[in-house]
Design a protein around this ligand. Structure first.
Ligand code: R5P
Length: 318
C-alpha cells in the first residue's frame, strides 16, 4: 500500500511541513464550493488500494471544515482507497460530550458517528477535551497529548520553584502528568461554569505563593477561563504565570485578554491555523509537525506508536 497525504483546505501549512518531513508530495486535490456554499472535493490522483492520510482539523469555520472532511472521506471510499486515516489534530464539538441538562445533544458522539459512517478507518487526534471521547468511536484512535512538548519548552528555561496548575478539576490529570515530567507540585483551580464560555473561580487548591505557575489547558477559546485563572494566581502570590494550551481557538477578544493578563508567555501547538490576524508578543506556537510525521509513518508501517509516547515511561518510572 502506497502512502499518500491529502491536505484539506483548513491547515495546509501543517500538511506541507509533514509532507516535507516525510518527503511525500501532497496528493493534488480540488476543493471548491457551489454558489450556495455547498462543498465540492475531487481527488486528482488514483488512490485505489493506497494508505491515505487526510490532514484536516475541525476548526473554525467548524461546520465547513467538518463537511469538507466528510465528503473527502466519501470521495476516497468511493475511489477504493485501501485505508482512510483521518488526521484531525483538533476536533470541534468535543466540549459537548455529555448531557448536563435535559434536551441537550451529545454532539461529540454525533461527530464520531459521522466520521465513522463516512468511511474513516482510523483517527489521529491530540488533546481531546475528555479522554473518554475515544470510546465514542468504534474505529482505532491514536490520541496524542501536547503537554510533553510544552514541558520540554519549559524545561529549557531552567525555572526554579514552579507549580503546574490545572485551570479546572477536569484538567487535573493532564496537570499531574506534566508536573511529573517537570518534577514539581500541582495546584487545581476550583471553577464553576456559569454558561457557554463563562466561568467563576471559587478556590485554588495547592500552594502557588512565590512560585512560577504553569497553567495547562486543552484549549483557549474566548480566553475568559485562562485569563481569570492567571489573575487569581497572581492574587494568591504567584510571581509569574505561563500559559500552555494545545488548541488556539482565540475567538472574539481572546488575544487582547491574553495580552492584558498577567501571564508572561502563552504557548500553543499548531493544531489549527491562526484564527485571527491579531497577535501578541507573548504568544508562541510550538509545532507538532515532526511528531505527527513520525506517528503517520509508524501507522503506515503498522509499527507500535509506543516509542512516541516516551513521556509515559517517564511518568511510570517516577
Ligand atoms: C473548559 O473546560 C476548557 O478546557 C477550556 O478551559 C474552555 O473551554 C476555554 O474557554 P474560554 O477560553 O472561552 O474560557
Amino acid at each position: 500500500m502506497e502512502m499518500q497525504i491529502i491536505s484539506g483546505s483548513c491547515h495546509r501549512k501543517l500538511a506541507q511541513k509533514v509532507s516535507r518531513y516525510l518527503k511525500i508530495k501532497l496528493t493534488p486535490t480540488q476543493f471548491s464550493s457551489f454558489a450556495d456554499g455547498e462543498k465540492y472535493v475531487r481527488i486528482k490522483r488514483k488512490v485505489r488500494g493506497d494508505d491515505i492520510f487526510i490532514i484536516q482539523p475541525i476548526c473554525p469555520p467548524v461546520n465547513d471544515s467538518l463537511m469538507e472532511l466528510l465528503i473527502t472521506i466519501d470521495a476516497l471510499k468511493r475511489a477504493s482507497a485501501g485505508r482512510i486515516n483521518v488526521i484531525a489534530p483538533y476536533l470541534a464539538y468535543s466540549r459537548q460530550d455529555r448531557k448536563v441538562i435535559s434536551r441537550e445533544p451529545i454532539s461529540a458522539k454525533l461527530i464520531a458517528n459521522l466520521i465513522t459512517i463516512a468511511g474513516a478507518d482510523r483517527l489521529f487526534t491530540i488533546d481531546l477535551h475528555k479522554d473518554q471521547i475515544q470510546g465514542y468511536y468504534d474505529i482505532p484512535i491514536d490520541h496524542f497529548v501536547g503537554y510533553p512538548l510544552f514541558a520540554a519548552h519549559i524545561k529549557k528555561q531552567n525555572l526554579k520553584n514552579i507549580v503546574v496548575v490545572a485551570p479546572d478539576v477536569g484538567a487535573a490529570d493532564r496537570a499531574r502528568k506534566m508536573a511529573t515530567l517537570l518534577q514539581c507540585p500541582i495546584a487545581i483551580i476550583d471553577k464553576r461554569r456559569t454558561g457557554h464560555n463563562q466561568s467563576e473561580i471559587l478556590n485554588i487548591v495547592g500552594e502557588v505563593k512565590g512560585k512560577t505557575a504553569i497553567l495547562i489547558d486543552d484549549l483557549i477559546d474566548t480566553g475568559g477561563t485562562i485569563t481569570s485563572a492567571a489573575k487569581a494566581l497572581i492574587i494568591e502570590g504567584a510571581v509569574d504565570v505561563k500559559i500552555c494550551a494545545t488548541h488556539a481557538l482565540l475567538s472574539k477578544d481572546a488575544v487582547e485578554k491574553l495580552e492584558a493578563c498577567p501571564a508572561s508567555e502563552v504557548l500553543f501547538l499548531d493544531t489549527i491555523p491562526p484564527t485571527t490576524k491579531k497577535t501578541s508578543k507573548k504568544i508562541k506556537y510550538l509545532s507538532m509537525a515532526k511528531l505527527l510525521s513520525k506517528a503517520m509513518l509508524y501507522i503506515h508501517l503498522n509499527k507500535s506508536l509506543g516509542k512516541l509516547f516516551t513521556w509515559e515511561d517517564k511518568v511510570t518510572k517516577l
